[in-house]
Every structure is written in structure tokens, then in C-alpha cells.
Design a protein around this ligand. Sequence first.
Ligand code: HAM
Length: 429
Amino acid sequence: MSQYQAVKGTRDIFPEEGAQWKHVESAVHRMASLYGFSEVRTPVFEYTELFQRGIGATTDIVGKEMFTFQPDPAGRSLTLRPEMTAGVMRAALQRNLLSQAPVHKLYYISELFRKERPQAGRQRQFTQFGAELLGASSPAAVAEVVTFMMQVFETLGLSGLRLRINTLGDLEDRARYREALREYFRPYEAELDDSSRERLEKNPLRILDSKNPALREMIAGAPRLFDYVKAEGVEEFERVLRFLDDRGIGYDVDHLLVRGLDYYCHTAFEVTSEALGAQDAIGGGGRYDGLSKELGGKEMPAVGFAVGMERLLIAMEKQGLFATLNPRGPMVYVVVQQSELADHGMEVAFRLRRSGISTEIDLAGRSMKAQMREANRLRAAYALFIGQSEFETGRYGLKNLVTSEQTTLEIGAIIDILRETSVEESQRG
Ligand code: HAM
């Protein structure tokens, strides 16, 4: 064993699990293309101010969880991205995307970094898939991203999900509400825990998010943000709910849902999974109409979501959704009978691969018996035998490893059979 271990809060993914990732990723790519979202990739690090301005200086993410570094004494502070929305908005503004078309629908599968205490479902490097719809945040646009997200869960077969949704009003509504919360909690200041006391002045909405059971009753009695939202905001929210009703998407309106990032306004939502433990939030999102301006751009309505891939995979594993996932082996394993024929074997293997047939061949000079064992271990569909007489006649033995049927054919005919099988398999998915 090496003296080095993976850093706490990070993990390696090996082929077996890799197949699960691929399965989920291809569902995301497929759904994105059905909904007309195009992939965006942004740098892994950005200037620290982007996140301070974008996510909010008083949030846990910016206050405690960012991996920040200074490239050189004179350089500007940099931060590994803790989420994608701020970076995507920065990129859209920099490219002046909205001048090209009024609405842009972008999605990503990206690695993120947060200095949180690692535990099950909480890592320091993790992955999200998400979507950002820039240029619109109408009830239809909100419904579009929520439906996209929920349909990914549905196609993957995930159950036991709960979608909670709330309206946070606009900046003005929230400022009035913040004041009301401070007034409500101040008399209880001595009873609050340390983190809630700290939030009282800085960001009292976050107290509502506290998981401390001792505060539950106090929080339940707090004024509701909903009562501070102007009538038109309430009306819009109701239209979002109607859209979800029409699409048959179940939800709970949760007036305590506030989310941990400051850029949200109006609709915000979160999905939890009963298959997960303490870290049961599998995804979340909402509208962020103010982010563009906050970053120095023009007014730009926007809405998006992100889903934690690791948590999604844990939930799927718990629900047995990978049980039938059977990563396919190579189409053919080229078995070489004597070492003198190894070069010829390589030539045949390359020819097969150039013809689009997945092919494996021994690279370690192993015996024929060992090669057959390997072909079975890899679950190859066929074995192609190369011996002296095959070499001389140009006709090879082809064995179907499932039915054990064997035939002798020229390479062209073999390629035809294997290609046909490959096409059939790919059509079966
Ligand atoms: P978020 O709620 O901070 O939102 O993260 C979204 C999801 O990422 C969470 O629900 C969770 O599944 C996963 N996640 C977060 N932190 C960790 C972690 N340390 N380890 C494992 N998984 C984690 C956002 O990031 C927003 N940018 C979402 C959004 C997009 N809003 C609008 N557009």
C-alpha cells in the first residue's frame, strides 16, 4: 500500500462504480437534450469576490467553506468553485450571451469544492448536475427547470422523494421580513444556540434552517415570510404551483424553506430523499433574478437547480436501482495460441477495432488457458482463436461464449457478424 491516502472528503471511483456514474450521466445528457439545454463548462477556480458577491458574504459557504488561495503575494485571491451558478452567470455576462438570444438554457455536470466536515453524503470534493435558465424566470420557466430535474429522477427510477417549495418574495419583502424575524427572536437571544445567535444580526433567515430540535418550537412560532410577500409575488407563486399540478408533480409548500445561498428570490425549492441519512437534500434551486446585477450586469431574470450526484447515487444504490446494471464486456476476445502469433493477433485486434468492434487481447504473454479465463471474466461475447492453421488459411475460429457455438470464417465475415451484434446491443441500450 502506498503511504499516501486520498484526502479526507474526497474519493476515488473505480470501474464498477464508474458504470453507475455513466448510467446517471447519460440520463442527464439525454434529458438535457429533450428539454433543449446545452452543456456549459466553466473554470474550476474563479476570483474569490465572485462568490462573495454572488453567493453572499454571510452565508456558510462563503464564510466557512471555501477553499481560497493566493497564487502569489501580489495576486488576487482565488477560490475553488463551491457551486456553479455564480460562475455560469459570470461566463454569460462576460460573453454577453443575452445579446445573442433572449433566453439561454445551460446545463452542467461539474466538480465542486466545499470545506465541510466530511460525513456520509457530504464531501469536500463533490459533483453536481444542474441547469441554469438565463433570461426568463416566469412561472413557465420555473416549471421547466423543476420538471427537467424531476424527470431525471423519474427516468432513473428513484422513489421516496419530497419536493418542498416556497416563495421568498423580492429583496424588499425579504428586508422587511428580516427585520420582523430579528424582532421575534431577540427576546429569545439567550436561548438560541451559538450559530443561531450569530445569524440573528447577520442573516436571521438562516435561523429557520436550524436542525437543532431545541429550537423547533421557537422557529415554528416565528413570523412567516409568506405573509411579507407582496400580492403579485404570491400570485406568481400560485401560478408556479398550478404548472406543477398540471404536470402531475407532487410538492409540499414549506414556508420555512429558505436555502443557504443569498441570490434566491421568489420561488425556491429543495428535494429530499428518504433513502438518505442526515444529509438528505438531493437537490435544490430557485429563481435568482438579482444575481446578474449583483455581478455588475444588467437586470436578468434567471432560474436553475443543482442535484448532488454522489447523494443521487447513494439513494439509487439503497433502492437497488443498479442491480440490473450490467456493464457490457468486450464484443470479442482475441485468443492467441502461441506467442509467435502475438503480432498477428494484434493486427487482427486493430482491424476489428477499426471496424467499430470492441476487442480485447492479452498484453502480458499469458497462456491460452489464462486468456480464455480472462475472456470469461471480462464477459466477452465471443472468442476469436488464432493458431498456426488460422494464420496460414486466413480463416479463424469464432466461438459464441454464451451458446458455445463455434464456426470457422474469414475475417470479413466475422466482422459482419460482430458488427451486427454490436448494433443490436446498442439498440437494446
Ligand atoms: P446547493 O443546495 O448548495 O445549491 O447544492 C445543491 C445540491 O448539491 C445539494 O442538494 C446536495 O445534494 C449537493 N451538495 C451540496 N454540498 C455537498 C457536499 N458537500 N457533498 C455532497 N453533495 C453536496 C447550489 O449549489 C445552487 N447552485 C443550486 C442552484 C442552481 N440554484 C440555482 N441554480
